[in-house]
Design a protein around this ligand. Structure first.
Ligand code: UT7
Length: 338
């Protein structure tokens, strides 16, 4: 990629296609009742989740990402060679290095792309979106493929009822391209990302990195699995998602009634209801699919956006508000005219 050599005017960025993929295998709440001390009633009442998808043992994060990407490329009507930026967000990469993005690049033949991963947990798709918008906006890229793909079943402690009922596997993708700038054409109107690194401890995978390296003891203690203080995460999620969405609404001048659909991170129906009621959006303008997939981390927003578009819940010209929250802590939102 060339460096910037002269001052530039920020270019508009359009969203031109979405795609998603979820694995075949369903794990229902009643299946979980046989694995840990839980009940369908508890899970539905506290989270809204009814079932989640589980990837096949040999199905890699890049395999799911590739399927979602090919659907987004088809929807966008482009050729893989046109992609010059490829970003994958994941906390469950195929390998620590190379990046999962490089595997996907090879799989889809996006030979002209610069490919790299980012790590922002459940906010990963919107962090990728913001990153791509900056590259395209300053003329450093023309066509970006952003993907979030997660095989969370690989890092879930299946003996811990406080987390194993929550998560699932899947991938979502979108293609962004330099926009026309015309009033009714697609445009990413604004986006917001933020982090608070003083709260790393409330949601993390403690082991497997340089802090707690992989040893037999650490594996036996399941330190490579997700650990969460759910109550605390819940409280911060509501606060930060609300603040991020409201600041975006204020900055863009969009009114809540201009928003055709909110596509939030799919962690917990109670979080979604608390956030959307605080920003003044009625439930019929909120897209929820967590009952089918659980929390797929960064992929959740991306899968939900794709399903909303394909189901006709969000149509060309509609303004969609996306908002997410995750480990880090991280938070993010984006307003997009489709
Ligand atoms: O993706 C981004 C990050 N993640 C999130 O946004 C998740 C945020 N947090 C949450 O969604 C909720 O905090 C949870 C769904 C994780 C938990 O719901 P809660 O209403 O906060 O429940 P709690 O943790 O306060 O637990 C209430 C009770 C406890 O029992 P006692 O101490 O009251 O006797 C738990 O041990 O529920 C118990 N419990 C369960 N019972 C049956 C916890 N998990 C389960 C379970 N089945 N799976």
């Amino acid at each position: 990629m060339n460096d910037l050599t002269k001052p530039f005017k920020r270019l508009p960025v359009a969203l031109i296609g979405t795609g998603s993929y979820v694995p075949e295998r369903r794990l229902t709440n009643s299946d979980l009742e046989k694995m840990v001390d839980t009940s369908n009633e508890w899970i539905v009442e506290r989270t809204g989740i009814e079932e989640r998808r589980i990837a096949a043992p040999d199905e890699k994060t890049s395999d799911m990402a590739t399927k979602a990407a090919l659907r987004a490329i088809e929807a966008a009507g482009i050729q893989p060679e046109e992609i010059d930026l490829l970003i994958v967000s994941t906390i469950t990469p195929d390998t620590f290095t190379p990046s999962t993005a490089c595997y996907v690049q090879a799989n889809i033949g996006a030979k002209n792309a610069a490919a790299f991963d980012i790590s922002a947990a459940c906010c990963g798709f919107l962090f990728a979106l913001k990153t791509a918008v900056q590259y395209i906006g300053c003329g450093q890229a023309k066509t970006a493929l952003i993907i979030s793909s997660e095989k969370l079943s690989h890092i879930v402690n299946w003996e811990d009822r406080t987390t194993c009922v929550l998560f699932g596997d899947g991938a979502g993708a979108a293609v962004l391209r330099t926009g026309s700038g015309k009033e009714n054409d697609s445009a990413v109107l604004a986006s917001d990302i933020g982090s608070d690194g003083t709260l790393t401890d409330i949601l993390k995978v403690p082991g497997g990195g340089t802090a707690i390296p992989t040893t037999e003891d650490n594996i036996n203690e399941k330190l490579y699995t997700l650990a969460m203080r759910g109550n605390e995460v819940f409280r911060h999620a509501v606060q930060h998602m609300k603040d991020s969405a409201l600041s975006l609404i204020e900055r863009t001048g969009i009114k809540p009634e201009d928003i055709a659909l909110v596509v939030p991170h799919q962690a917990n129906l109670r979080i979604i209801n608390a956030v959307t009621s605080r920003i003044g959006i009625p439930p019929e303008r909120v897209f929820v699919n967590l009952q089918k997939y659980g929390n797929t981390s960064g992929a959740a927003c991306a899968i939900a956006l794709d399903e909303a578009v394909r189901a006709g819940r969000a149509k060309k010209g509609d303004i969609v508000l996306m908002v997410a929250f995750g480990a880090g802590l991280t938070w993010s939102s984006a307003a997009i005219r489709l």
